[in-house]
Structures are given as C-alpha cells and as structure tokens.
Design a protein around this ligand. Structure first.
Ligand SMILES: *Cc1c(COP(=O)(O)O)cnc(C)c1O
Length: 363
C-alpha cells in the first residue's frame, strides 16, 4: 500500500489538523488528572458484576435489549424525583448521551452554546455534528450572572445550551435561579451536565428538581465518577419522555451492549456501598481547598471531585515539577490555573508534599 498520512485523506474540513481528545496517559504512581474515583469496587461488588456478566454471556449470540428497559427503570429509581424509565435514557458514557443530544437538536445552521471556561469536549460534539459553537461569559469567580447569561442566550439563539454543574474544570455549581433564567431565555433545549452531581456540597440543589416545570430541560449524569465505574462506560439523562423519544431516533441500533447493561444493573444494586466513598472524597476535597488557601494559593470553591488552583506565572513548569515527583495532575482551564482530582488520603499527601517541595509561590 502507498504511504499516506491523515492529511492526504478526503477528510471533512472541520477535522483537518485536529487530534483526538484526551489527557496524556502517563504511567506514574499518583494519577490525579482525569477526575476518576480512586477507590475500585469492593469484592462483593466485583463478584456480583462478574456473576451478572456470566449470566448474559450465554445469550451473547442475540442482540441486547435495544430499549434498555430494565436499566432505564433502575436508573430512574436511583435518581428519584418521581421519574419513570420512560423519562431516562442511557448510553456509553454521558459523552455519548451528549453527542446524541447534539445529533438530535443541533446540526447545520444551528448553534450550541456554553459559558467559558467549561468542559473541552462540548465544542467537539458541536464540530462533529456541524453545529456552530458559541460561548457566553462567566464572572471572574467562574459563576454565571443570570441576567448576562439570558441576554447572551437571546443574542445567539442556540438550539442547545450545555451547562456543566458542577462545572469542569472550575468545580462551580449553578444555583437553580441561573438554570431557570437560562431556560426562560433559551429557544431550544437546555442540558445541565451533572457528571459530578453526587459530589455537591450539602445545600447545593440538583437541576433534577426543575424537570417537572421545564419540559425542555435535560439533566445528564454518569456512573464514571461517583460510582467509580469509568471503565464500564455508562452515562444517562433524565428528561421529558418526548425528549427521550427524540434521542431514541438518533441512537445506533443496539448501542448499549448486554454486558454494559448487566454491569450497570449490578453496580446499581450496590449504589449505597459505591456512594459511601463519595462522602470521604467530598471531605478530602474540602480539606484540599483549605490547605491550598493556607499556602496562599487561590483555590476555587468546588462542588466536584477536583479543585482548580493557582495562579502560576508558568503553570506548565509546576505541572512538570509535580510530574517529576510522581504526581500527575491536569494542565487545563484558564491560563495560570491547574486542576487536581481528589485521590485517596495517601495520594493527596503525595500531592501536598510534591507541591511544597517545588517551592513555587502563586503569582
Ligand atoms: C467526566 C465528565 C463527563 C462524563 O463522561 P463519561 O462519558 O460519562 O465518562 C461528562 N461531563 C463532564 C463535564 C465531565 O467532566
């Protein structure tokens, strides 16, 4: 075969020069870079998952339940808020759910909008669905002013608004008044991405409570973070049943494997145990924010399992310095800031020790 490189291919213009999304996967002792849950499932959970997979294995010659009926009902039961299975949809990670949302509600001649800085995958869903990408502004402390947001939404008329709450990479959760103000201004659907919803500080509400009054609101969740199941790939969305019907139109047939469905159902049976660790991580997060501030760093209030901190004149040097001490964090977000995911107490000690040894001072 003749030699060719990607640039020789008849690629869509929007994809020319682009590289696949992803943080560096570096094999070091302490990995605090992709907001994973540091605690793997217990033996009880592992045994139930293994037995559930064995159960479906003998039927793998058949396609799985295309409508994911049992799992959707179980996810609705987990969420509560009076939701039924017809108001929940699931896919391979909430990333796939959001891609489906853009496939259904975005497209050529339409716009998708978020408020920067935010999750760097959002513009990629827009690009891949030929949707125009626009951003509105956050305040300096990364919160959103509801009046400014409503004005910017009216100006851009997006068919999809994506709001991460808690936001990645800042950790900022949105008060319900902000979500309501944006819903009132938006001509299309509004997605609140609650990938880190279970890590909210007490008193921070979930947008799930707005669903009864907002028929075009979608709230996405994932089992990747709080459930410590990033490797299984299961994300889901709660919305009006008509919205779910729209997502079912664009899903690939049999998109969610029988194995994935069985694993997720098994994990949900153990949700109490899996979520028990969330409280430990929330406490560790709050301690990390306090410690960083005590060292004269800035640390953004966080409702997630990570903390954005800084600010550094040369953040790359700090990132590299930590890596040289065996601690991998993420160089992401506005210039000068770094993001650390919350790990085990030992991992956080390693992070604090490494940062102390670098003797960097904030700018
Ligand atoms: C991690 C994350 C997700 C979840 O991705 P999955 O595909 O469910 O693993 C979604 N949104 C944000 C903002 C995230 O940080």
């Amino acid at each position: 075969m003749p030699d060719q490189v990607i640039g020789d291919l008849p690629l869509r213009d929007a994809l020319r020069g682009r590289t696949p999304y992803g943080a560096p996967q570096i094999d070091v002792a302490v990995r605090l870079n992709v907001n994973e849950n540091p605690y793997g499932p217990s033996k009880t959970v592992v045994d139930d998952i293994a037995a559930s997979v064995a159960d479906v294995a003998s039927g793998l010659n058949r396609y799985p339940d295309r409508e994911v009926t049992e799992l959707r009902a179980a996810l609705a039961g987990y969420l509560g808020h009076g939701l039924g299975g017809d108001q929940v949809w699931a896919a391979n990670g909430s990333n796939e759910v959001m891609q489906q949302i853009l496939q259904a509600f975005g497209g050529h001649g339409r716009a998708a909008m978020s408020f920067a800085p935010t999750y760097s995958m959002y513009p990629e869903y827009a690009r891949d669905t030929e949707t125009t990408w626009v951003t509105g502004d956050r305040r300096d402390d990364f919160t959103i002013d509801p009046d400014v947001a409503a004005t910017q939404v009216k100006e851009h008329q997006p068919s999809v608004v994506l709001l991460a709450s808690p936001n990645n990479p800042t950790g900022t959760a949105l008060p319900l008044e902000v979500v309501s103000a944006i819903c009132a201004a938006a001509p299309g659907v509004v997605v609140v991405d609650e990938a880190y919803g279970e890590f909210r500080r007490s008193g921070t509400p979930s947008a799930l409570s707005l669903l009864p009054e907002q028929p075009r609101l979608l709230v996405t969740r994932t089992m990747s973070k709080a459930f410590a199941l990033a490797g299984a790939r299961l994300g889901y969305v709660a919305a009006d049943a008509a919205v779910v019907d729209a997502l079912r139109v664009v899903r690939l047939p049999y998109h969610l494997s029988a194995v994935t469905q069985a694993v997720a159902l098994a994990a949900l049976r153990h949700s109490a145990e899996l979520l028990a660790r969330v409280d430990e991580l929330r406490a560790e997060r709050d301690r990390t924010v306090e410690w960083l501030r005590a060292q004269a760093f800035e640390a953004v209030d966080s409702d997630a399992n990570f903390v954005l901190f800084g600010r550094f004149a040369d953040r790359h040097a700090v990132w590299q310095g930590l890596l040289d001490h065996g601690v991998l964090i993420r160089e992401v977000g506005p210039d000068g800031w770094l993001r650390v995911s919350i790990g085990t107490p030992d991992e956080m000690t390693a992070f604090r020790d490494a940062l102390t040894q670098l003797e960097v001072s904030p700018r």
